[in-house]
Design a protein around this ligand. Structure first.
Ligand code: HEM
Length: 130
């Protein structure tokens, strides 16, 4: 009998010291969480802004003041990060739907492109909007 440790793959449910986080699972979870955040926070915020705009200058000034404080700005920044990430990751998913980009090296490269692109585009949009 060999004393070599068993090298069969472990179940991903064995978290903690056994499960190594991978860019594929990280982006898959983030795609879902950002979709949820966009639906529950960003869309209602955009709707409130549009309604205030339609209701007149007083309502608009109130909503504008609300989103000028640090808390409002944090919501806008996270919304922007989520929207850019979800869009880039969504484009990656749509490319997969055409049957392309499934080689592991391409999957990892497109994943990093999504992460780097998210921070670059968000920084650019934030700078442009400020
Ligand atoms: C405010 C706008 C948006 C909202 C509220 C939204 C919301 C969501 C939600 C809730 C999901 C389901 C996540 C899950 O699997 O549980 C989803 C998936 C998806 N979204 Fe969006 N989304 C938005 C914008 C976009 C944009 C602009 C794109 C552009 C490419 C996009 C592409 C996708 C794709 C391809 C999926 C499926 C991903 C998968 O198969 O895992 N979404 N979205």
């Amino acid at each position: 009998m060999s004393s070599k440790p068993d090298s069969r793959p472990l179940s991903p449910y064995m978290l903690g010291p056994y499960y190594r986080f991978q860019i594929t699972s990280l982006l898959s979870i983030s795609g879902r969480l950002t979709g949820l955040f966009l639906a529950v926070v960003t869309l209602p915020v955009a709707l409130a802004w549009l309604l205030a705009l339609a209701a007149g200058p007083d309502s608009f000034a109130t909503v504008k003041a609300l989103f000028s404080g640090w808390c409002g700005k944090a919501v806008l920044l996270v919304s922007m990060l989520c929207l850019v990430f979800h869009t880039l990751n969504g484009i990656r998913h749509l490319a997969w739907d055409t049957g392309k980009g499934f080689e592991m090296s391409t999957v990892r490269a497109s994943g990093w492109a999504v992460i780097i692109g998210t921070f670059l585009l968000t920084a650019l949009a934030w700078w442009w909007a400020s």
